[in-house]
Design a protein. Structure first.
Length: 265
């Protein structure tokens, strides 16, 4: 019972700890304290404004990615060739695409549902890797902690892969709710199928945490990262110093991944 309550609270507590909610709450507390401690509250208010600005800037996202999380580089052609040379057959290696969210509103509308932009980008990269290498493709994703009922993300991805990319998935793992469950369930599935190596596809921001979970779950199987969607600098550097919706989203995701690494999620 306590585990279920903690699971339900997980997305709420995460949202409270991250921007934009945390700087807003900090600024609101400054306003509440302005009569008792006017100078301190003014300093707190200015600090909250600075935090809100920084949490929406590309330079912050780049620093978090390159200095804090330090994800591995993309899986290039040379690395793919080395993997192919080390395998006895194409079926020795499996491409594992990790879920990135589903659109519950679409599921309610048509009964089928859709993937978020993040999840679709991962699936597209997995399909591209399959067509470059011939390695079979797996998708891992159930119904996340922040979601309720409806089709699993893996079921939606399987339909999209078949209908939009003309590529049936070899394996789908549809019961996991977070990254650690992704790893445990998918590794068990692939190990039973005789897979000897895993190529892991997820976003660069998520890769350090996902790689840790998979390497812990697959101590006997090599896991090679194939990250997608890293944060890149603007062509005009000054734009990375100005707030934008895109940068705010990047900062939020990067901080969430750092928090997940820190708490061992």
């Amino acid at each position: 019972m306590l585990d279920l309550i903690a699971a339900d609270l997980k997305p709420i507590l995460t949202a409270l700890a991250l921007p934009p909610t945390s700087p807003i709450l900090f600024g609101a507390s400054a306003l509440l304290l302005r009569r008792r401690w006017p100078r301190r509250s003014l300093a707190m208010l200015w600090l909250s404004l600075a935090l809100m600005w920084l949490s929406a800037c590309g330079v912050t996202a780049l620093w978090l990615q390159d200095r804090v999380l330090q994800p591995p580089p993309a899986l290039g052609a040379d690395a793919r060739e080395r993997l192919q040379a080390s395998a006895r057959s194409a079926d020795d290696i499996a491409i594992v695409v990790l879920g990135g969210g589903r659109h519950a509103s679409l599921a309610a509308l048509d009964g089928a549902g859709g993937l978020t932009e993040h999840a679709l980008e991962r699936l597209r990269h997995g399909v591209w890797l399959h067509r470059q290498t011939g390695w079979p493709l797996a998708y891992s994703g159930g119904v996340g902690w922040a979601q309720r009922d409806g089709p699993s993300e893996a079921a939606i991805a399987s339909r999209i892969a078949r209908e939009d990319f003309a590529l049936p998935l070899r394996w789908t793992e549809d019961r996991s709710r977070d990254t650690r469950q992704n790893a445990a369930a998918t590794v068990a599935l692939l190990r039973a199928a005789g897979v000897r190596q895993i190529v892991l596809v997820t976003h660069a921001s998520h890769m350090p945490r996902a790689l840790r979970a998979f390497r812990e779950a697959a101590s006997d199987l090599p896991v090679t990262p194939a990250p997608v969607g890293p944060v890149v600098a603007e062509e005009r550097a000054v734009l990375d110093l100005l707030p934008s919706a895109t940068a705010a989203r990047h900062v939020h995701l990067l901080l969430r991944e750092w928090l997940g690494l820190w708490v061992g999620a």
